[in-house]
Design a protein around this ligand. Structure first.
Ligand code: CO
Length: 464
């Protein structure tokens, strides 16, 4: 029998127009706005199953809160990849770990960026007045925050910035979006950029001989920080692709890791570190003159193998590896690493602005299941962790929300309740993990990745 959480990896085929959720508990009056979630929801191309959690076609979900009520809707992003696949009844563009059938796909791909189409199933962000769905190819897709309807490809005013790979974790600071691209070629490099609405502007770049799989970055007032772990690719292997995208990457611990610091005023440097694998930077900040970089670190990149669906949903198997909150302090004598907590943590969020000192990290955690079955608050200063869990429940990324008067802090997490076969929006007090409310929707929300909360008064209005 499949594990109970496998329901969260089952393809859904029907969209859900706006419905009222069944609310238990009372929403605070000030909580008015929309939680957007992004994630894969369809792991089939025609009748062919896709292989990996990260492969599924993107669906947006919105939970709109206000006047004591919660409504829910979802919608598939009408991406070039989904439209082509639907038209032909089979996979037409390569995904993270699934490729179209060889016969359809030329062996020599002229530019893999165009072939690695667009299926932004990882995150959402706001750029100016636009809402964008993001993935690790630079092609973002704009959507309507009211209806979740797809508006079209977003091309940064055709800025021809270049770079085949990017991160779905931009950092927005005072209306300016910071992110990076990986430019692969004879000489590969990481390029930090910023943009307010239109063309991207590079502020620094750094060359690399071994371009790595990078998923996120951190940002201080002085620099952008990239953890370059030793999961690396030969650009030619991607160009003459014989295998799906991620399978071209190799774990080469002998290379160690590097911390790449891209100075926001230009210039860059790199520091050598032990070989660890990182999806998520949590934060980085200065303690006096010492730069601290906090990441969720795995001993190796085997997490990616564990997230193939046949393995994840097999009746038995080992638990998914879970990373630990790890701090790198760049001291004068060299970098010093410290694991800050034994608690497992993924999909990390903090309340503070990136680049400022902080104390608590929130994320999903593992307790008894092979998959993430708890929410956790980890104290960087060594205090006892807080946990939220319930039998048969599997929570997603906890999104922080602060009340307008800054007195209340809540977490919003979409939880799969396997016993009921439904998902619910869980609202917790961030400081105690006491439940404020939950709102069941008449559907399973498949396991996704990231999202954000936008208060009603900022950017758009929502109607219930
Ligand atoms: Co992520």
């Amino acid at each position: 029998m499949k594990p109970d959480y496998a329901r969260g990896f089952a393809s859904i085929h029907e969209e859900q127009p706006q419905v009222m959720a069944s609310l238990q508990g009372a929403l605070p009056d000030w909580l008015q706005g929309t939680l957007f979630r992004n994630g894969p929801a369809l792991w089939h191309a025609g009748v062919t199953p896709l292989k990996h959690w990260f492969d599924g076609f993107a669906m947006l979900h919105s939970f709109t809160m206000g006047q004591g009520k919660v409504s829910y809707r979802n919608r598939f992003l009408q991406t070039p990849d989904l439209l082509a696949t639907r038209a032909r009844g089979r996979l037409m563009h390569p995904q993270f770990a699934s490729d179209p059938c060889r016969g359809l796909f030329k062996k020599v791909v002229s530019m893999f960026v165009s072939e690695l189409g667009s299926n932004p199933n990882v995150n959402v962000t706001q750029l100016g007045t636009r809402f964008l769905a993001l993935t690790e190819t630079p092609m973002a897709i704009e959507f309507d925050p009211e209806t979740l309807a797809t508006a079209g490809l977003y091309n940064y005013d055709r800025d021809h910035f270049g770079g085949q790979i990017t991160s779905a974790h931009p950092i927005v600071e005072a209306g300016i979006l910071y992110n990076f691209t990986v430019g692969l070629g004879k000489s590969s490099r990481y390029r930090g950029y910023q943009t307010q609405t239109g063309p991207r502007r590079e502020f620094a770049h750094h060359p690399t001989r071994h371009p790595a799989y990078l998923h996120s970055c951190a940002l201080t007032p002085r620099e952008m920080v990239l953890w370059e772990g030793p999961l690396v690719v030969q650009p030619l292997d991607l160009l003459y692709r014989q295998r799906p995208y991620i399978e071209n990457y190799r774990w080469r611990p002998e290379l160690g890791s590097r911390l790449i610091l891209l100075d926001r005023q230009g210039g860059s440097r790199a520091l050598e570190l032990p070989p660890l694998f990182v999806f998520h930077h949590v934060n980085s900040f200065y303690q006096q003159d010492t730069l601290c970089v906090d990441v969720l670190a795995y001993p190796d990149a085997s997490i990616i193998e564990h997230l193939y669906l046949d393995r994840l949903c097999a009746p038995e198997g080992p638990p998914v590896p879970a990373p630990r909150l790890t701090r790198v302090r760049l001291e004068k004598g060299g970098p010093v690493l410290e694991v800050l907590s034994p608690v497992s943590l993924e999909l990390p969020r903090i309340f503070e602005r990136q680049g400022t000192p902080y104390r608590y990290v929130y994320g999903i955690s593992q307790r008894q299941s092979r998959f993430f079955d708890a929410l956790a608050r980890v104290d960087c200063q060594g205090g006892e962790p807080l946990l939220w869990f319930e039998d048969g429940c599997f929570p997603g990324e906890p999104v922080p929300v602060t009340s307008p008067d800054h007195r209340q802090r809540l977490l919003l997490s979409v939880v799969l309740d396997c016993a009921r076969g439904q998902s619910f929006l869980l609202i917790l007090q961030a400081d105690t993990f006491a439940e404020v409310a939950r709102a069941y929707v008449p559907a399973v929300v498949p396991f996704g990745f990231h999202g954000g909360f936008w208060p009603t008064q900022r950017g758009f209005s929502t109607s219930l």
